[in-house]
Every structure is written in C-alpha cells, then in structure tokens.
Design a protein around this ligand. Structure first.
Ligand SMILES: Cc1cc2nc3c(=O)[nH]c(=O)nc-3n(C[C@H](O)[C@H](O)[C@H](O)COP(=O)(O)OP(=O)(O)OC[C@H]3O[C@@H](n4cnc5c(N)ncnc54)[C@H](O)[C@@H]3O)c2cc1C
Length: 297
C-alpha cells in the first residue's frame, strides 16, 4: 500500500483518487478552494443549477463508465439530437429530411456543417470520436448537472474513507511529498498533480448560462452561428427548467457579446424574460483525450 496524495479536487482529481483507492493505495486529496469540483461545478441560483457553459457527457465514455461503476443509481442522461440543432442560414446540424445535404456532409463537402459539428462536440477541439458520438445521439445532458457527477464521486470517496482537505494550496513538490502555502510539509510516496493545468493546446472561450421564463425556441435543442453555440438544456432534458428555457451558450471568439448578439438576433425580447443569468469571459478548455484530466472527456 502506497501513500498517494492527489492535488486538486476537480473531476480529474476525484477520478484519480477513486482509481488509486481501487488500486488499494492510501489516498488523501488536497484542494486549494473551499469547494470541490473545479470547473465541473454548478451554482444554484433561483432554484436552477447554472454551470460554466454547456457540458455534454459522452455516453459510454470514460467518465460515464467510472460514475456508473461507483454509483448504485445510473445518472439520468438525455441526448442532444443533432436533427434538432439549427445552423443559422444553413439548415439542421443533421438534416434527416434532406438526403442531398446529408450526402454532402458525409463526403466532406460541407465545411459549415463540419465546423458546427466540431464546435458542439469538442468546443473548438477536433475530436473525431465525439463528433461521431454527437451525430449518433451519444452526447448527453446530465439531469443532475456536472455537479451531480462531482457529488457522486465525492460521496464514494467519503464512503470509503478518503479524506478531502479543502482550503489548502500546494506550492511545492519535492521527492518527499509536497509543501502547502502555510509551510506545512505533507509526506507521500506518490503525488498526483490534478490541478487543472492545461495539457495540450488550450482554447479560451466565453460562456453564458441563462434561464428564461418562456420557451421562444420551443423544442429546438440548439442554435449555431459561426463559432457561437446556444444549447437549450430545458428542451433536451425534462429535469432542466420544465416549461421554461435554460440556455447554456459558448463562444470561441467575440466574448460574451457574441453570444448576446446571437440571442438578440434569434430570441427577440429574451432580456425581459431572464430569471437568472451568469457569464464567464475567459475560461480554458483543452483536449487531453485518454487522460481524463483538464479537457473534454
Ligand atoms: C465551457 C466548458 C465546457 C466543457 N464541456 C465539456 C463537455 O461537454 N464534456 C466534457 O467532458 N468536458 C467538458 N469540459 C471540460 C471539463 O469541464 C474539464 O475537463 C474538467 O472540469 C476539468 O477537470 P480537472 O479536474 O482537470 O480541472 P479543474 O476542474 O480545473 O480542477 C482543478 C482543481 O485543482 C485545484 N487546484 C489548482 N491548483 C491547486 C494547488 N496548487 N493546490 C491545491 N489545489 C489546486 C483547483 O482549485 C481545482 O479545484 C468543458 C469545460 C468548459 C470550461
């Protein structure tokens, strides 16, 4: 049995800790913030869970499998349907009723649709397996939100007695272990850095999450224009703001303004129906396939 110290209690840190526990090691997690979950958290506001931009879980992917393994009750997933996502001025993301457009996309002769698929499946990263999963309806909205996934991992760790120390920042790593910002030395045989540092190429994106008291887009799952995407979580999953709209939006360029411009263009009057709203002007996403760390999983 080895003493394993995990630095960071984001999704990567929590999953790493579960894995190390399953490998029969003695595990301890240290997190600099008061809250766990890192970028995988949501905040409750007026009874709604608002995340940092849209998150879609790959059904059958690594994170989904881990969550299924540790939980008795399966997470409730609903797929984003590509035939219900509209590319402004170009048709549906998956134009089921238009075989000519479908063929052009399959033959690689539709760059606008290809860009839109890349945008929604990898938030700017080119991840062929996620693009395929999107078109097959395997990218899903999680009913309980990303924070629910975090909660499941955290309660598993609590059950098996893995401690999570919050409010403790690691500033140094050496051959004996780590040192905290208060000068406390913690010894460990292995240190796993899961601090969310970018792995691979990173993109900076902007996000906006907003709940409206009406349903201007009706059953539409999403809207795409250029490198801005608006997903309507309420149309995808019945647990999200029933009878209302829950838009989770992302822009690869142009900031939050680009998202608001698209809402102004396609969802007239949305500002007078806001129940709650939150935005983030600069958030990092990187692709680190296979590492289940900082990136689209
Ligand atoms: C807008 C957006 C959309 C996304 N969409 C998807 C998606 O659809 N599907 C998907 O799978 N993924 C998606 N992701 C990616 C997913 O959110 C991240 O992969 C995941 O949350 C990153 O987890 P992490 O644990 O690697 O990093 P983080 O969540 O950043 O966690 C790192 C943790 O380490 C702590 N920490 C840092 N430094 C220290 C230190 N020195 N000492 C102690 N603690 C420290 C931090 O406080 C933090 O809690 C998206 C991300 C964003 C931003």
């Amino acid at each position: 049995m080895k003493r394993v110290l995990v630095v960071g209690a984001g999704i990567h840190g929590l999953v790493t800790a579960v894995r190390e526990h399953l490998a029969k090691n003695q595990v301890f997690i240290v997190e600099k913030r008061k809250r766990i979950g890192g970028r995988g958290t949501s905040e409750e506001s007026f009874g709604h869970q608002l995340e940092h931009g849209p998150h879609l879980l790959l059904k059958g992917g690594e994170l989904h499998n881990m969550v299924k393994k540790v939980s008795r009750i399966k997470p409730s997933l609903r797929p984003l349907r590509p035939n219900k996502v509209m590319i402004v001025g170009h048709g549906m993301l998956q134009p089921l009723d238009n075989p000519k457009q479908m063929l052009a996309y399959k033959l690689g002769k539709d760059p606008i649709r290809e860009d839109a698929v890349r945008l929604i499946s990898g938030w700017g990263q080119d991840i062929p397996e996620r693009s395929k999963a999107l078109m097959k309806g395997r990218l899903c909205v999680v009913g309980e939100g990303w924070s629910g996934i975090v909660g499941r991992l955290a309660s598993t760790l609590e059950e098996v007695g893995v401690p999570i120390q919050t409010g403790m920042k690691i500033v140094e790593q050496n051959e004996k272990g780590v040192v905290t910002s208060k000068g406390i030395k913690i010894e460990a045989d292995i240190v796993r850095m899961c601090d969310g540092s970018p792995v691979g190429d990173a993109v900076k994106v902007s996000t906006l999450d907003v709940v409206l008291d009406n349903r201007p887009l009706k059953g539409l799952h999403g809207l795409v224009k250029g490198d801005v995407a608006i997903l309507n979580l309420a149309a995808i999953h019945s647990k999200k703001a029933p009878g209302m709209s829950h838009f989770s939006c992302i822009a690869l360029s142009g900031g939050v303004q680009a998202i608001e411009d698209l809402l102004d263009e396609r969802v007239s009057g949305w500002r007078s129906h806001i129940i709650t709203k939150r935005h983030n002007n600069s958030i990092t996403i990187t692709d680190s396939r296979g590492q289940l760390s900082d990136g689209v999983i």
